[in-house]
Write a protein that binds this ligand. Sequence first.
Ligand code: COA
Length: 164
Amino acid sequence: MKRMLYAGTFDPITNGHLDLIERASKLCETLVIGVMENQSKKPFFTCDERVKMIKACTKKIPNVEIISFYGLLADYVNNHGISAVLRGLRASKDFEFEIHMAQMNARLYNKDVETIFLMTRPEHSFISSSLVKEVFSLKGDVSGLVPKAVLKELQRKFEEGVRE
Ligand code: COA
């Protein structure tokens, strides 16, 4: 596989995402990490902050490229020579959502693009970016769930929020 895309909000990147990135980077020539810009989710971190955190956490992986994108994932795929799209499966409930998304996207690709699913490791299967932010905001311990660079950014951003 030449260029595989792993898209998400990454608000922020967690150890679960990072594990998938490390494993998927061995399956392709270039792993493109696509940070979604426009969101109904209203991200806590700006797009630039999310990109910077991913860069800091993946600097040891040589074949990773980090981009941000806006609009339809399929448009990005069609216009940037992507041959496969990576998704992670954490639990059976992810499957229901993922199959619909993969099938809808397949209609929108203008060439053969496969969606590749990797199972999340069990120790990461309960992690989500929202849970990390919620636990951190209530002063719970999230070390071990996010990379150190993200922990620092969470501290900075929450302190900034408290001061405002
Ligand atoms: N480890 C830890 N957490 C994980 C994870 C893993 N391996 N995999 C997923 N998660 C978390 C994410 O952090 C996210 O948490 P949050 O909801 O608390 O933010 C949650 O699980 C859902 O992840 P995901 O399904 O990847 O959602 P997302 O918002 O990160 O990304 C897009 C979704 C961007 C890929 C999708 O919305 C998209 O393609 N948008 C473009 C618009 C489009 O084309 N729409 C039509 C689609 S058919």
